[in-house]
Structures are given as C-alpha cells and as structure tokens.
Design a binder for this molecule. Structure first.
Ligand SMILES: [Zn+2]
Length: 267
C-alpha cells in the first residue's frame, strides 16, 4: 500500500491526491481494503471476536434508508421520482393556467361558469347551462348584445374553462397596438399573440377605431386561414360589421358560428 484514497477520482492529472507516487486508481482501492482487513486481523487479541470485514460501504458510506412512497414505489426519498415529477407537472399546469388567465381583465376575476353572479349577469334566453355547453363545443361563437347584457361575463367565464389555451383581447387595445408598437420593430407582440392563440376571445368587436393600422381585420383573416377558433363579443349586427370591415371579415366571423343572443337582441 503506497498511495492513499483519491479524494477526487475524476480530477485532472495534476491533482496531488491522485498523482501521489505509486498510486494506481485502478487497483489501489482494493489494496486499501486488503490492508485494512489485514491490520485488523494482526492487532486482534486472541480472545476478541473476529472483526467485521471492511467493505466498500465503509468507504463510500452506508446504503440509503429505503422508504415506501404513497404510490407503493420503494425510494430513498419520499415522494418517489414519479410522484415528485407528477407534482411538478401539476404545478407547471397550474402556473400556465394562471399566466394565461392574466389576459382576462381583473374585473372578471369572479367570472367562472359556476359563479352564481353569472346567472344574474348573463341575460340569455334559455337555460344558461345548455348555452355554456354549446359555447364550449363551438369553434366560432358570437356573443351578441348591447351593453350590460353580460356578454363579456359569459364569454370570459367560458374562456376560463379553456385555459391555458385561451387568450382574452380587447378590440380597443388591438386597434391601437400597432401604433403603440415602435415602427420598424415588426408586428406588435399583442397582435402576434392574438393571431396565434389556440383560442381567442375578441372582446367588443367593432368598438375600436376604423383606422388603417387597426389589426383586428388582419387577425380575423389570419386566424381563419389557420383554422383557429375565435369567439367574439359584439354589440353590432353582422350587417353592421360587414359595413365596418367588409363582407369577408363578417363572413369569417359569423359563418357556422354559434350566436348567443343576449338581452333579447337579434342578429
Ligand atoms: Zn410515488
């Protein structure tokens, strides 16, 4: 036995613990064990019990303490790997839902499909539960009604069921997004997100200014081309929207759409 245990077996050759003369990391660890066992044997008084043989565990440390996870798996740390990963994924999913929900204005924090307030605010003809079920099953939805008929409340409550794959955007904000975005910097990020969202709720369609920079029209066309579901709330009839945006936009919004008439209005 000429060397000593390497403190860092992976260390570069200039590490003094590894390069001590005569030390061979391939063979010397076994030499250490043999010597430790020999010394223990030589020094033993004749009547003493035979010493326990020195094993690798004495050098590397004891085995972990094994536990049983709630799922039944054996593990050195509870919860087990699978349960730990599943918990992390649940946390990620909850965070994604929370983050996507940030697009919804705070004043609709209460709005869920189960909220008692929704029954009072959403002025619909027919059972609310049936209407919600149809909205959630539809690709295109138009929530049509004048102010204070609860169209945004109902739309937002339904959108929340689709998070994290849903985005709320106000038409008014889209109407000015390009102007507020620095020229030469490409498309405004809000417009880009509205074009690509898995499901877009376009709120108060038709309320924004009819300017050349208004992005709403482009968003409707882009989403139609990509076959992405779009829900809109609007106080305007299809014929009025056609006047604002042209027949192409009006058709892309209303064709095959489930129209929820709120407050007794007609489309
Ligand atoms: Zn487990």
């Amino acid at each position: 036995m000429t060397g000593k245990l390497p403190l860092c077996p992976q260390a570069p050759p200039d590490c003094p613990d590894v390069t001590e003369p005569g030390f061979d990391p391939e063979t010397d660890s076994e030499g250490i064990l043999a010597e430790a066992n020999t010394v223990a044997e030589v020094d033993r008084p004749p009547d003493a019990p035979a010493p326990r043989s020195v094993g690798f565990a004495d050098i590397l440390g004891p085995e972990p303490t094994w536990h049983r996870c709630d799922c039944g798996a054996m593990c050195s740390r509870v919860p087990c790997w699978d349960c730990d990963q599943a918990a992390l994924e649940r946390a990620d999913a909850a965070r994604a839902i929370h983050d996507a929900g940030l697009s919804i204005p705070r004043r609709y924090d209460w709005a869920t499909v189960d909220a008692p307030e929704l029954v009072a605010r959403a002025k619909v003809a027919g059972p609310l539960a049936d209407i919600i079920e149809r909205v959630l099953g539809a690709t295109r939805v138009v929530f049509y009604g004048s102010a204070a008929t609860g169209k945004t409340s109902l739309a937002t409550a339904c959108l929340r069921k689709r998070l994290p794959k849903g985005m709320f955007v106000s038409s008014l904000r889209l109407g000015t997004a390009r102007i507020q975005h620095a020229a030469g910097g490409g498309e405004a990020p809000l417009v880009q997100r509205a074009m690509r969202a898995k499901l877009l709720l376009l709120d108060d369609f038709g309320q924004e200014g009819q300017t050349s920079t208004n992005a709403v029209r482009d968003i409707i066309f882009e989403r139609h081309d990509l076959d992405l579901p779009t829900w809109i709330t609007t106080a305007f009839k299809t014929s009025e929207l056609a006047k604002f945006y042209g027949d192409g936009v009006a058709r892309r919004i209303s064709e095959g759409a489930y129209v929820v008439s709120m407050g007794g209005g007609s489309k």
